[in-house]
Design a protein. Structure first.
Length: 542
């Protein structure tokens, strides 16, 4: 049996190093190994060897097939879980990478979000767990001002160094984005020499890198994978310095560029080329999806985009309402790729419900930009359904963070319904229901028990109807399909069959009004097609 030595970097759930049985596969440029299904060290589930296989290679397909077989097996063993390619890892808790968390806030600084320091670090811990890491401990500091070279104060760095050594920590994760210099300095100061005289290197990373890591483990579609790769490449670019500074030290200072500096330039160019290639590929993948969306736009079924903080219960709600079978679990960022399902409302009206990636406070700008295409699902919706986990202690801050991202996406004016979810898990449901009743377009629901869902659907139907516009149109007999759409998606007030065609008066959804206007069939009305009435409540925080 072939053995391959895999490091924890190659397979993040495996811990340090492990020798695992593999299936050999010859591929262009070397031998790739796919771990076998049996003979694993106890507690370690099938994982993927990081061997490089050229995509053009015939054997790459074989490699992919073996991979798919493995992941299928992993899924069978674990139930219907959704996992990213190359990351089907469920490790023995004791073998997970050991991490330590550090949070800091600047005193008196008007925080963009109302998330407290402690809650934010707690959330960072949940993110670390979602990435398959083992949290060994955490610390926090209120700062007068961030330290330019290490972000936190020197005393705190010393405290972290002690904890790192005592807890045998491999990686320290900061809750805020660090500059390349701060990363380098912290890594140097936290690394130490062990009792055996050998250096112990500690890796330092920040929240953004952690989220990128989770996303790269979870991305299922080609588009999702490309988006993450692009975001990772862009994240790496300004942070390259730390990899090559040792070459400068070897070469000495002076006026001439150090070997490290030259290497950084080469690497930067390589990364830029890579980013450009990724962007091109992404554009072509997006082209396909755009065609699909355009086709969908041609059917005038209103799209309700479900948005909300990660873990708010968006997928559970979609599943309960439509039986979509989307993975829903108590884990941050369980869903990355959008799923859309059809749903019939009372009165036989149909809508499309679209589940999307969750938001999070301190959402890295790289990710907002990278996931712009996925979030287009939200931008193109007729209405937004904001799902809030009302049982969460930071529900208000989470809600605010979501509304902030929506604003960044430029969808403030869109009709918005708020669903206070997980009402079954609250200690004071009656009080919460009372507050919700005083707010506009807000319902208390439980995606889990089904409570409040009829009211939610009724509200969606009502709001969609309120967004409809009164029109009068003359449809020639050749436009029978459009007349049919007026019947299925709008409300026909009157219909008269004339020699010219069908004279119809109806309340129609804005998307349909656009098509009527485009076809030159509109006689009257349709001016308020983009508005939702009073426009209130769209950016109100809890
Ligand atoms: N008690 C209770 N738990 C719920 C409810 N809805 C969802 N949950 C739980 O909340 C957790 C997260 O649910 P998901 O549906 O995966 O949440 P999501 O918003 O899709 O999360 P991401 O995809 O990670 O952004 C799961 O453990 C669900 O079982 C609810 O109404 N009541
Ligand atoms: Mg989800």
């Amino acid at each position: 049996m072939r053995q391959a030595v895999l490091t924890s970097r190659q397979c993040p759930g495996l811990g340090r190093r492990a020798s695992v049985p593999c299936l050999p596969l010859r591929a262009r440029g070397g031998v790739a190994s796919v771990p076998r299904r049996d003979g694993w060290p106890s507690g370690v589930k099938p994982l993927v060897c990081a061997a490089r296989v050229s995509e053009e290679s015939d054997l790459a397909a074989e490699f992919e097939a073996a991979l798919a077989q493995q992941q299928g097996l992993a899924r069978q063993q674990q139930g219907p879980r959704q996992r990213g390619r190359g990351a089907a890892i469920e490790a023995n808790p004791d073998e997970r990478e050991r991490v330590f968390l550090v949070g800091a806030a600047v005193k008196g600084e008007a925080r963009r979000h109302a998330y407290g320091l402690e809650e934010s670090v707690e959330e960072l811990g949940r993110l670390a767990e979602a990435a398959g890491l083992r949290v060994m401990g955490s610390t926090q500091q209120m700062l007068e001002a961030p330290n330019m070279s290490t972000y936190i104060g020197s005393g705190k760095v010393a405290e972290v160094a002690t904890a790192v050594a005592a807890l045998d920590v491999e990686t320290v994760i900061f809750d805020d984005e660090l500059s390349p210099g701060q990363l380098r300095n912290l890594e140097r100061q936290l690394s130490s020499t062990g009792p055996d005289g050998l250096p112990t290197t500690v890796r330092v990373c920040d929240r953004t890198a952690l989220i990128l890591d989770i996303f790269s483990q979870r991305a299922q579609t080609r588009e999702g994978q490309l988006q993450v790769l692009l975001a990772q490449t862009e994240y790496q670019l300004p942070r390259l310095t730390r990899m090559w500074t040792h070459l400068d030290r070897v070469g000495g200072g002076g006026q001439v560029k150090g070997a490290g500096e030259k290497q950084i330039e080469i690497d930067k160019r390589l990364l830029r080329d890579r980013a450009a290639a990724l962007r091109r590929e992404l554009e072509s993948v997006r082209g396909h999806r755009r065609q699909y969306r355009d086709r969908r736009a041609a059917t005038p079924i209103p799209v309700v985009g479900i948005c909300g903080y990660t873990n708010a219960g968006k997928s559970t709600l979609l599943n309960t309402l439509t039986g979509a079978g989307v993975l829903a679990e108590d884990q941050l960022f369980a869903t990355l790729d959008p799923t859309t399902r059809r749903l019939r409302l009372k009165g036989n009206k149909e809508i499309l419900l679209s589940d999307t990636v969750g938001f999070i406070q301190k959402l890295p700008t790289e990710l907002v930009a990278a996931f712009r295409a996925t979030l287009e699902e939200i931008r193109d919706a007729s209405m937004l359904l904001h799902v809030v986990d009302i049982s969460h202690p930071s529900a208000a801050a989470q809600s605010e963070a979501v509304l902030q991202v929506l604003e960044e996406l430029g969808v403030e004016g869109m009709p918005l319904i708020t669903a206070w979810n997980k009402i079954d898990a609250t200690a004071n449901p009656d009080e919460i229901r009372r507050i919700a009743a005083q707010r506009k377009r807000t319902v208390c629901i439980s995606g889990r028990t089904g409570e409040g869902l009829p009211q939610l659907l009724e509200l969606i139907g009502r709001e969609l109807e309120a967004a409809m516009v009164e029109v009068t149109a003359m449809l020639p007999y050749s436009a029978g399909e459009l007349l049919n759409d007026v019947h299925t998606t709008g409300r026909v007030r009157s219909e008269e069959y004339t020699a010219e065609g069908v004279l119809v008066q109806a309340a129609a959804p804005p998307s349909l009004v656009g098509r009527l206007r485009y076809g030159g069939y509109l006689l009257e009305g349709g001016d308020g097609a983009a508005s939702d009435g009073d426009g209130e409540d769209e950016v109100t925080v809890l």
